[in-house]
Write a protein that binds this ligand. Structure first.
Ligand code: SF4
Ligand code: SF4
Length: 147
């Protein structure tokens, strides 16, 4: 088994989880973290550290988040390890309570949110249109924050 970072982490990336991981299993993208499944030892320490409850045991990932199991594995092979806590994203608090954030996920620093994650697009109960939104450049602020 492994532990899995899910949607709530997108655009928050508080990184509290990183400090407690004994195997340095976290990998960092521009606005999301994932767990490398082959390095996670299921110690559970990171779960309680996450302020937005983004981390689940693989077997307990909610039905509408199960695409993140494959996404963690995929992106862990592309992103670099992060081993120390760093400041969260500047507008992390504005995004922390939002639910539909898949379209905000950025795979690399200079890219728009990815459309190629089949698992995301196929997520039960989710709108793939989020990934296709022409205006969704990754910098669109939440409604409650300033433009
Ligand atoms: S603590 Fe939670 S929100 Fe912060 S980086 Fe880890 S998984 Fe993401
Ligand atoms: S469960 Fe333990 S080993 Fe796995 S990512 Fe979390 S802190 Fe690291």
């Amino acid at each position: 088994m492994t532990y899995v970072v899910t949607e709530s982490c997108i655009r928050c990336k508080y990184t509290d989880c990183v400090d407690v991981c004994p195997t340095d299993a976290f990998r960092e993208g521009p606005n999301f973290l994932v767990i490398a499944p082959d390095e996670c030892i299921d110690c559970t320490l990171c779960v309680a550290e996450c302020p937005v409850d983004a981390i689940y045991a693989e077997d307990d990932v909610p039905a509408d988040q199960r695409d993140f199991i494959l996404l963690n594995a995929e992106l862990a092979g592309q992103w670099e390890p992060i081993v120390e806590k760093k400041p969260g994203l500047p507008d992390a608090d504005d995004w922390a309570g939002r639910k539909d954030k898949r379209g905000e996920l950025r795979r690399c620093e200079d890219a728009r949110p990815s459309r190629s994650t089949a698992g995301l697009a196929a997520a039960p109960g989710r709108q793939s249109g989020n990934l296709d939104a022409a205006t969704n450049s990754g910098s669109q602020p939440p409604e409650e924050s300033s433009p």
